[in-house]
Design a binder for this molecule. Structure first.
Ligand SMILES: Nc1ncnc2c1ncn2[C@@H]1O[C@H](COP(=O)(O)OP(=O)(O)OP(=O)(O)O)[C@@H](O)[C@H]1O
Length: 581
């Protein structure tokens, strides 16, 4: 528990000043509650139950006004410390969320293939929210409650020293160590159940995220009932684990109270047989009550801590995931490159499944290299290794003679333009979506790139794009057709004007007229570059001067169309098959 506490307090380290000031105010508040209230009550009760009425009016007013003053001090301490702690807690969560988001930007692609989007969202939002409650709760109580206990026990010591027979009152405190046992047992359970609850919440969010992104398919395949029953079943699982947390969280308070009430019973017996005066007895009772209430709060504190630990572990899993595709310690400066790419005995596996086996190939500046082969043969994998979306499992890929891993990732990726089969557009204007190709491009340069990609005409047509280049494309470019999205992606590549170009069947979503236009544009775009075309159709490869034939992760043949048609039975079969269809 101490280790967990340290972890949480370290999250607040950047806001140390606020936390320390809040803790000082909290401890003043605690001491005022534990020591001041009890002393005040004793004084008040002694005066009110005695027959002596010799106090002057100003003395009576003095005693009467001591309570508003006490509560004024207490109120100020409580407010100021709560304000400062919430400031520190919220700021710490803001920083943690930014840190997690930054980590997510740098994690390798493989991480996202083994994680669920909804669960990640839940970790960044729901788990950090739990953590925020924990942080403020901890900071509020870690000093205040012990201070209350110290104040109250200090008062008991003072009473015992000044009243004969009252020293036995210490016996009432024997219940204190007893409550440690239920606290330990319950917090252990709460931590486990809270982790399960957060995992269920993650899986519910994931279900929701998937459902929202597949709205079209759900309607097309009439999956509404199936989706409803899945969601309801997740809700039921979440409900069960939430109720388990509730059971242990709210069960702890009464258990601690029952244990503590033993102390109050002992106080009554001692007070009864020792003839303790009413004022003194009332204040002792109050001191014990405050002590046990503070202990109970510390019990809740422990349960809050357990919930926080469960959520923090889920967040830490992201923060501690290795960024194994990263910049080297001593990167080679990469200003301008020729773009010669060499695959040297490259093998790659997704987990245990080999996707590329000892591949050798060379693509030089000016080469248009088409990758062909049956589905699942390894074409995309081969191309994805160039921008280091994945790192090779064996062998090496060299750019202008240097291993790719020697360059800064951002430098390397700046040299590569990618036009993927399903281009992703952001929910922004057309202008900004094209500008992603080169973020410092002027508006005029963006428009020129659109012209080259044959996108300018549809963008300028008010029927298609009412606000021209300022038209918002919707989430993932939902307001544009497949062909329009692809032309935007091609415009990005024109704008980037990188020496290496990766085209993933870039013309597949175009009608034949647009395809012809885009083909002209692409012919211009590819000139003088090192080009990799992941070709699913043979019409795409007529301009290629080099073709690599893939089969089951191996490059089985390479050469020009004419050479391969003669020498590679697989190539001939694939080609003939497409021609006939
Ligand atoms: N992210 C991944 N995780 C695990 N296995 C993968 C992953 N991506 C691809 N694979 C597997 O690696 C092999 C090669 O896939 P790849 O996508 O490179 O083939 P491809 O030739 O591009 O296929 P297609 O023409 O259908 O796009 C396949 O067996 C595929 O199932």
């Amino acid at each position: 528990m101490i280790k967990d506490l340290k972890t949480f307090l370290s999250l607040l380290a950047d806001h140390k000043k606020s936390v320390i000031l809040a803790m000082i105010l909290g401890s003043v508040g605690g001491l005022v509650t534990g020591g001041g209230l009890t002393t005040g009550v004793e004084r008040l009760f002694t005066l009110i139950f005695s027959d002596d009425r010799s106090l002057s009016t100003s003395q009576v007013i003095g005693v009467a006004s001591s309570f508003p003053i006490l509560f004024l001090v207490l109120g100020f301490c409580v407010f100021a410390s709560a304000y400062l702690l919430n400031y520190a807690g919220l700021a710490a969560i803001r920083d943690l969320r930014a840190q997690v988001f930054d980590r997510i930007q740098r994690l390798p692609l493989a991480y996202f293939q083994s994680s669920k989007t909804g669960d990640l969202i839940s970790r960044i939002t729901a788990d950090t929210a739990v953590l925020q409650v924990t942080l403020t709760f901890i900071a509020r109580n870690v000093i205040t409650q012990p201070a209350t206990i110290v104040g109250a026990i200090g008062y008991l010591y003072w009473v015992a020293a000044n009243n004969e027979g009252v020293y036995k009152i210490y016996l009432c405190l024997i219940a204190l160590p007893i409550v440690i046992f239920p606290i330990r047992k319950f917090t252990h359970k709460i931590e486990r159940k809270a982790r399960q609850q957060q995992a269920e919440l993650g899986s519910l969010t994931n279900n929701l995220a998937q459902n929202l992104t597949a709205a079209r398919e759900i309607r097309a395949f009439n999956l509404q009932d199936r989706e409803n029953s899945r969601f309801v079943s997740r809700l039921a699982d979440l409900f069960v684990s939430q109720m388990k947390v509730v059971k242990y969280q709210f069960g702890l308070g009464p258990v601690v109270e029952v244990c503590s009430s033993i102390g109050l019973s002992i106080a009554f017996i001692i007070g009864y047989y020792n003839g303790v005066p009413a004022g003194v007895f009332t204040s002792i009772f109050l001191a014990l009550y405050l002590t046990y209430t503070a202990v109970k709060k510390l019990g809740t504190f422990a349960s809050e801590l357990s919930k926080g630990v469960a959520s923090y572990q889920r967040i830490a899993e992201i923060l501690e995931s290795p960024v194994d595709i990263d910049d080297p310690a001593d990167p080679i400066e990469l200003d301008s490159i020729a773009g010669d790419i060499e695959f040297n005995d490259v093998s790659f596996s997704y987990g245990d499944a080999p996707a590329l086996k000892a591949a050798n190939a060379r693509i030089q500046k000016g080469d248009i290299c088409a990758l062909v082969g049956p589905s699942g043969a390894g074409k995309s994998t081969f191309a994805n290794l160039v921008p280091r979306f994945y790192d090779v499992s064996a062998g090496g890929i060299f750019l202008d003679g240097h291993d790719l891993r020697r360059f800064r990732l951002s430098d390397l990726r700046e040299q590569i333009a990618i036009v993927s089969q399903e281009p992703v557009l952001f929910d922004d204007t057309i202008l900004e979506n094209i500008r992603l190709g080169r973020q410092d491009a002027t508006d005029e340069e963006v428009k020129e790139a659109a012209r080259q990609a044959f996108a300018h005409d549809f963008i300028s047509d008010p029927q298609n794009c009412p606000d021209g280049y300022d038209t918002l494309v919707g989430e993932r470019g939902a307001r544009l057709s497949g062909g329009q999205k692809q032309r935007i992606a091609i415009a990005r590549a024109f704008l980037r004007n990188a020496p290496i170009l990766i085209l993933d069947e870039a013309t597949s979503a175009l009608d034949s007229e647009s395809e012809a236009q885009v083909q002209i544009a692409l012919d211009k775009l590819v000139s003088g570059k090192s080009v990799l075309i992941i070709a699913h159709r043979f019409s795409t490869i007529k301009n290629a001067n080099k073709i690599l034939v893939f089969n089951e992760g191996e490059i089985t043949a390479s050469g020009s169309h004419e050479e391969l048609y003669q020498s590679s039975p697989l190539y001939k079969a694939l080609y003939d098959q497409q021609q006939s269809s």
